[in-house]
Each structure stands twice: as structure tokens, then as C-alpha cells.
Write a protein that binds this ligand. Structure first.
Ligand code: OGA
Ligand code: MN
Length: 291
């Protein structure tokens, strides 16, 4: 079966079939990179990659990012384990620090926006999925920018948001999973709200749960504005929701997409592995150099 790329009905997202990510030739890889720029989220059903194959595919897109240790990093620092299963197969209670830490993912966000150099993209693979719920939703921040009125775009153009993990995760809980050294490495950082994609030149709205307020503006009022912008952005036709089957892999562009988990019954297992692409730019202290 030849490579097939079918766009979703939303403004972002496409489903890609007819390729094996574990054995891509250069032409297929180039087609996937082009499709990623066009659609921002690519769903690859039924890939069943090993962790090593997930890492190898992700590395073709760029160097990977070092995660927070609280992300339950296993033997390989390049693989983030998002799982409610303990090593012995029992489940973490939803109200445990680990459960709360995972729940942070259920609010619209873009990965690592609280870092000085945020992530470029993420690849998430489903290994154990719950029977009900556990979907991941994606929202198109390019289309969200385009949908703003000219006055708002003009006002936001040169504004920067303060992104803070202490702010975002502090609202949810589970913050004790980070060590003091790790907190020290995560001071609040500023990023432009209007972001231009380096490959497509398209503008997008760079906000989400880690964005606490707008630099230089009244904190409370600018926080309320960011919340309103996020709520309006993350609506049809800009949202695509993926219902996982074990073996699927989804690749998204953190520079122009927000995402969130939709949650699932706490007594059902869910085990996912994520590889995270380090952001471009010289001297990214979060980038893991290729071995
Ligand atoms: C992530 C994330 C949401 C989910 O992997 O970065 O936010 O549905 N995941 O697991
Ligand atoms: Mn995430």
C-alpha cells in the first residue's frame, strides 16, 4: 500500500497510512516532514513501534529533549513514560502526587513552554489504552491566530507571555515530584504570543496552561485575557480529537498546536511513551546531544 495522507475535517491533523515508521526511506521521510508542516498533527495508526524504534524515528526530526525527572523517566532519558501503572502493574491513585502530575496534561498546553527553549514537537505512542476515554485533543493555533480580529492581532503582536511551571502545575498539584534543583532550573520565562513558524511562515497563538500572564500588563486582567483567548481558540473547526488504539503514534508540532488529554476512569490502565523534540536554537540546555 502506498503512502496515503488523509486530512481530518478540522483545520489541522491528518491520518497517515501505508508507511512503516520503523523502516522509512528518504522519500517517505521527506513526504512526512512536508505533511507535518501542512497539517501540524499526524496520526500513524497501528505502528506498534518498540521504544528504540520510536526514538530512532523521532531523532530523524531533530535532537530530543531532556524531560523533567518527575516524568517517570525509565532507563532511556529520551523516553518519557506517561502512565498510571506502577512497575508492578497496580494503578497510581488519581489523588496521589503522580496522579495529579499526570492530570496537568488534561489542560490545554504546549509541551515545555515553561522552558527557556520550548519543545519543537512531540511523538506520543499508545501502549496500553483504557476502554473508555483517554483521548487526546489537538487545537490549531495557526487558525486561532487567523480567526482573531485585526485589532486584537495588532495588540498581541509584540506582547510576550510569562510561562511558569510553578504557576501551571501549582494549580493542579503533584509539584512535590520535582526536586529543588529542578525547580531552580525552571524560573518563569517569556515567549512571544505571536509566533512565526520557521518552515511555513504562518503565525500562531502561543499560549496554553503554562502561560500565566502577559509581561508588562496587569497580571489578573492579562491572565483572564489569556484564558479567554485559549477558550475561544480551542473550539471547532480548530480541534481534532484522537481516540487511541494500542500501537498508534501521533506526532504534533508544539510550535503551533495546543493539546490535552481528555481523562479516563481512574481504575483503567493507560500507558503511553513520549519522545520530545528539542527546540531549535543554539545552546539549548534541554537538548540531549545525539549519542
Ligand atoms: C503529552 C500529553 C496528553 C495525553 O504527552 O505531552 O500532554 O492524552 N499527553 O496523554
Ligand atoms: Mn503534553
Amino acid at each position: 500500500m502506498a503512502l496515503e495522507i488523509v486530512a481530518t475535517e478540522a483545520t489541522l491533523g491528518a491520518v497517515v497510512r501505508g508507511v512503516r515508521l520503523a523502516a522509512l526511506d528518504d522519500a517517505e521521510f521527506a513526504a512526512i516532514e512536508r505533511a507535518w508542516d501542512d497539517h501540524a498533527v499526524l496520526v500513524f495508526p497501528g505502528q506498534n513501534l518498540s521504544e528504540a524504534e520510536q526514538v530512532a524515528f523521532s531523532r530523524r526530526l531533530g535532537p530530543l529533549e531532556r524531560s523533567l525527572t518527575a516524568n517517570n523517566v525509565g532507563a532511556d532519558p529520551e523516553v518519557i513514560v506517561l502512565s498510571n501503572m506502577r512497575d508492578d502493574g497496580t494503578l497510581w491513585p488519581a489523588r496521589s502526587a503522580h496522579g495529579l502530575f499526570l492530570q496537568g496534561n488534561n489542560y490545554w498546553h504546549t509541551d515545555s513552554s515553561y522552558k527557556r527553549v520550548p519543545s519543537k514537537g512531540s511523538a506520543l505512542a499508545a501502549r496500553v489504552v483504557p476502554q473508555t476515554g483517554g483521548e487526546t485533543a489537538f487545537a490549531d493555533m495557526r487558525a486561532a491566530w487567523d480567526a482573531l480580529d485585526a485589532e486584537m492581532r495588532g495588540w498581541l503582536e509584540d506582547k510576550r507571555a510569562v510561562h511558569s511551571y510553578a504557576y501551571s502545575q501549582g494549580k493542579v498539584g503533584g509539584t512535590e515530584k520535582l526536586s529543588k534543583d529542578e525547580w531552580d532550573a525552571l524560573p518563569p520565562v517569556e515567549h512571544p504570543i505571536a509566533r512565526r513558524h520557521p518552515a511555513t511562515g504562518r503565525r500562531s497563538l502561543y499560549i496554553g496552561r503554562h502561560a500565566s500572564h502577559i509581561a508588562g500588563e496587569d497580571e489578573e486582567r492579562s491572565r483572564a485575557l489569556l484564558e479567554r483567548l485559549c477558550a475561544e481558540a480551542c473550539r471547532a473547526p480548530r480541534v481534532f480529537t484522537h481516540r487511541w488504539r494500542a500501537g498508534d503514534l501521533v506526532l504534533w508540532d508544539n510550535r503551533c498546536v495546543l493539546h490535552r488529554g481528555l481523562g479516563h476512569p481512574a481504575d483503567q490502565k493507560r500507558h503511553m511513551t513520549r519522545t520530545t523534540l528539542a527546540g531549535d536554537g543554539a545552546s539549548n540546555e534541554w537538548s540531549l546531544s545525539a549519542p
